[in-house]
Design a protein around this ligand. Sequence first.
Ligand code: PGA
Length: 249
Amino acid sequence: MKILVFNEEKKLDAYVGETICDFIRQHDQATIGFATGSTPLGVYQYFIDSYQNHKVSFQNVQAFNLDEYVGLKPEHPRSFASAMKNELFSHIDILPENIHALDGSKEDMDEECQRYETLIEQNPIDIQILGIGMDGHIAYNEPGSPLDGACHVVNLHQESIESSLDYGFDHIEDVPTQGVTQGIGTIMKAKQLIMMAKGEKKADLVKRMIYGEVTSDFPSSIIQRHPNVIVCLDQEAASQLKEEDYEKR
Ligand code: PGA
């Protein structure tokens, strides 16, 4: 595991953004996994700037979203599909048919999960962007999720429901109580993981993710077992790590 700690948020975003742009430029086809939430927004802005300055094209990119709320149609303004469209996809030249996501509004969610799992098997993810939730989740794999799980529906924990208020819901009662997510097993099949965390509120979680036991009680700890993972942190999120364990940037 490579751990990089950046003294400026802009540098962190540019590092992750450029790593992925480089990969896209060097490959005829690139399959990238995208995460919602506030943490990667600076990276998405980096992609938009790079595209607008003719430094990268996303026409050869297949995009896979990590997770979604159950009960919202993709076009619902608070869906993760809409968030990804508004924050990134509508500002770059990615082809609409290359944007893939779980649809949380399907009648048969088991079938929907199977469809998405198969699609990912057919299009293995080259680089997966990840964040860590306030209960240690990755994607919507809440504590207790099986470490080898496939795409599945989950009951959201209270911390995740509360965090959703940051994503534009006005009232807690409006937040869906279930999500649908790539499983931990699905995520672990990606060839490379880039885990990002920012801010003091993530410091304890980052410590446990890196030094703690690998356990389904703390799903993000699974990244310790991935052969190709870069953890990109700001100084606040890294404040509980030993200095000898990371590289300063
Ligand atoms: P955040 O969410 O980036 O908004 O902190 C992370 C997550 O829940 O995975």
